[in-house]
Design a protein around this ligand. Structure first.
Ligand code: CUA
Length: 353
């Protein structure tokens, strides 16, 4: 092979293209991450610390990349075979050099120092992000991962809900600490809301935790980040951070029992007669199941099936009639209800405000 081909090979190097794309995105991350799950737009000190660590590691490794690739390109161009050399008579091998203590010391010490610095910055970030005990004014929520939805239990407030996590933001400029106990009843899940914190696994038989502070109202999205079965991709995380007064109103509403409304009477009888009650709770009725989401205030949620579809009448009917057609593999079995009965049950569910 002609030595001159090597510069063409260098231009085809996948590393080069990865670097080019990486640098473009680094200059403008919003090109691909313009939604509200961007790790580049943290709203908590924890997430900001993780982003800063990312920038620092990227700067260090990017510097190494530039030095190495720079030296490579320099050598490729400087020492390429010039075209006026008669290849038949040219010397085929350059002079060979064996052993150089200064060079060997340099390429051993430099990587050692680099790894040591990386270790220090990562360790500092881990210490910032972890904190074993919740601060006394922390908002504590038990997060329970289930196939394939999220259960939220607020022990102090006595509230149990599903899929949409409401949190208060700190008032008068003081961020609200939030402490999440992470639990699982079946397999390993992972809680990841990139703008709030890094990911942490929820393990069956063990309590993990996560904590962050929050001071900016908004809706922050995330996703289960550990493969947990067929519907792993449909375990959306939705965090509603709201001013304290709104949060307190939400808690007060959630604590109320379900109220009977005439429009839902027929549906309620059907609901209580079918197997629904084995898995679902509607506080104030005989339905006390715990395997499925608490439905006492179902209509206060904007989505169904862990963020898969909007909470509309049409989707409620579809779900009750045949949940498997909406979320194949989910643990809600077919109840063998008629379409008319599904409509009546949806009428009842719509009264659960
Ligand atoms: Cu739960 Cu993946």
């Amino acid at each position: 092979m002609d030595v001159r081909d090597s510069s063409a090979i260098a231009l085809c190097s996948p590393r080069l293209w990865v670097a080019a794309v990486g640098l473009t995105l680094f200059a403008n991350p919003s090109l691909v991450l313009a939604d509200s799950t961007s790790v580049f737009e943290p709203v908590s000190a924890t997430a900001a610390s993780i982003r800063d660590l990312f920038y620092m590691v990227l700067a260090i490794t990017g510097g190494i990349f530039l030095v190495v690739e720079g030296a490579l390109f320099y050598c490729v161009f400087k020492y390429r075979q010039s075209s006026d050399v008669d290849t038949a008579t040219a010397q085929t091998e350059p002079p060979q050099i064996y052993g150089s203590r200064p060079v060997e010391v340099a390429w051993t010490v430099a990587p050692l120092l680099t790894v040591f610095v990386l270790f220090l910055v990562v360790f500092r970030s881990i210490m910032e992000v972890r904190k074993d005990d919740p601060p006394p004014d922390a908002m504590v929520v038990d997060v329970i991962g289930r196939q394939w939805w999220w259960e939220y239990h607020y022990p102090k407030e006595g509230v149990r809900t599903a899929n949409e996590l409401h949190l208060p933001v700190g008032d008068d400029g003081k961020p609200q600490p939030v402490y999440l106990n992470l639990l699982s009843v079946d397999v390993v899940h992972s809680f990841w809301v990139p703008r709030l914190s890094g990911k942490t696994d929820l393990l069956p038989g063990r309590k993990n935790f996560m904590w962050f502070t929050i001071d900016k109202p908004g809706v922050y999205w995330g996703q289960c980040a550990e493969y947990c079965g067929t519907q792993h991709g449909n375990m959306l995380l939705k965090v509603v951070a709201e001013p304290r007064a709104d949060f307190e109103k939400w808690v007060a509403d959630q604590k109320k029992n379900a109220v009977d409304v005439a429009a839902g009477e027929k549906g309620k009888k059907l609901f209580l007669g079918f197997a629904c009650v084995n898995c679902h709770t509607v506080r104030g009725t005989a339905a006390k199941g715990t395997a499925g989401p608490d439905l006492t205030h179902l209509m206060s949620r904007e989505t169904l099936a862990s963020g898969m579809v909007e909470n509309t009448r049409e989707n409620l009917v579809k779900w009750v009639f045949d949940a498997q057609s909406v979320k194949p593999g989910c643990l809600m079995p077919s109840l063998h209800v008629s379409e008319e009965e599904a409509g009546e049950i949806a009428n009842y569910l719509e009264t659960l405000k």
